[in-house]
Design a binder for this molecule. Structure first.
Ligand code: GLA
Length: 389
């Protein structure tokens, strides 16, 4: 089923008038969310990397009244309201109340990261015998697509009601050579907020020249509520029995090693805080790529389960990707002012960034992230929210 947006808006306005209590869905609403300034292009003044753009926030409400707010800036998941064991909705993602926070202070809260999520060593890689340089923005490495990655781009949006729940289709075409990456890359990221409280993210991309691509979503989850302190009490299970060890700058050393006998073993449920201090890193915390496969699967498979004891909220993560970055907000330090004035402390959230492995373009033994013209990049991740007793 597909309804015109005007109709959906009327539908939504009546339902969202009571949004804080128990809105009736399904519905889609859009509203202005400020303006993102131009990012100039030093190489071509006439073609800014990002023209000054008005940003829209889309609210998708499912049948049960649970809802998600997504921005056209970076495809950011700004709010996600799901029930606790008593049916009370709570916002389980970190974020900001206004666009200023996302423009100035955001450590990638909720966004789509790309063209290549995570790190590329020294901002360099070779593809088909040619060396490419991408922006170095994290020590000596390139992180999350560079200084003007997909998190900073403005995506074209198309909202509708599908048979599975409200959906938002985001599209963005990254010009050939942007941030140093070859090929014009046409991307589609479709969010579907299903009636079963699943946030399904379907990514696809095509290119006109050989290139590299590895997209993910960088939501910071706290199932106790975004302002409820640390996630050290959350219980985590991962389907992965291996990980990719790194050097001090978080670049993989090229090996895939067992988690058994290390603080990274989450093959059985364990509290995030139970062994976190045993991690040898600065800052201390989980920031590791876990390996649960060696290629994409046809259907999304369970890779992670997170349970928060007080609220009873449970999140299951399913993906077609072979890896997932577990990041526990080690770099959060209570300095950014979050939604409603919330202070986000170190370990204030858990990110589960489904992905191919970090630094893949420089790691011949890792599954390839090369995309050739004529081929389609396709990947799906589902974050499903439920409750336990
Ligand atoms: C990823 C990285 C972390 C950190 C965050 C953003 O999860 O692996 O090291 O850079 O992004 O702060």
């Amino acid at each position: 089923m597909r309804l015109p947006l005007s109709l959906l808006v009327v539908f939504a306005m009546t339902t969202l008038a009571t949004a804080q209590s128990k809105p009736a869905g399904p519905a889609v609403k859009d509203e202005p969310f400020g303006t993102a300034p131009e990012i100039p292009n030093p190489a071509d003044k006439a073609k800014p990397i990002r023209p000054e753009s008005k940003i829209t926030a889309y609210t998708l409400v499912n049948k049960s009244g649970a809802w998600v707010k997504i921005l056209t800036l970076g495809g950011i998941i700004a709010e996600l309201h799901v029930p606790d064991r008593d049916g009370k909705l709570g916002d389980v993602v970190l974020g900001f109340d206004s666009i200023d926070g996302y423009l100035k202070d955001s450590p990638y809260f909720g966004c789509i990261t790309g063209r290549v999520a995570n790190r590329i060593a020294n901002g360099k890689f070779t593809l088909d015998g040619k060396e490419y340089a991408v922006p170095v923005n994290n020590g000596k490495n390139s992180l999350h697509g560079g200084t003007a990655g997909f998190d900073k781009m403005v995506w074209k949006a198309d909202a509708s009601l599908s048979a599975h729940g409200p959906t938002l289709k985001l599209t963005y075409t990254s010009p050939d050579g942007s941030q140093g990456y070859p090929g014009e890359l046409s991307c589609v990221v479709q969010y579907t907020w299903t009636d079963a409280n699943e946030l399904r993210i379907d990514y696809s991309a095509t290119t006109n020249k050989a290139t590299v691509v590895n997209l993910t979503n960088h939501s910071y989850f706290n199932l106790g509520g975004h302002a409820s302190g640390t996630v050290l009490d959350h219980e985590l299970t991962l389907a992965a029995d291996k990980y990719t060890p790194t050097d001090d700058s978080l670049i993989p050393i090229g090996k895939i090693e067992p988690v058994a006998g290390t603080p990274l073993d989450f093959t059985k449920p364990a509290k995030i805080g139970a062994r976190i201090k045993q991690i040898k890193a600065d800052p201390v915390g989980y920031d590791h790529n876990f390996v649960h496969g060696d290629k994409n699967t046809a259907e999304p498979k369970l890779c992670a389960t997170v349970t928060e004891p007080k609220s009873g909220r449970v999140m299951e993560v399913r993906t077609t990707e072979p890896g997932v970055q577990l990041y526990t907000g080690n770099f959060l330090d209570g300095k950014v002012k979050g939604k409603g004035g919330a202070v986000y402390p170190q370990y204030g959230a858990i990110c589960l960034e489904t992905q191919h492995f970090p630094d893949s373009p420089n790691q011949p033994t890792f599954p390839s992230i090369t995309l050739k013209p004529g081929d389609e990049y396709r990947t799906t991740t589902i974050y499903k929210f439920g409750t336990a007793k």
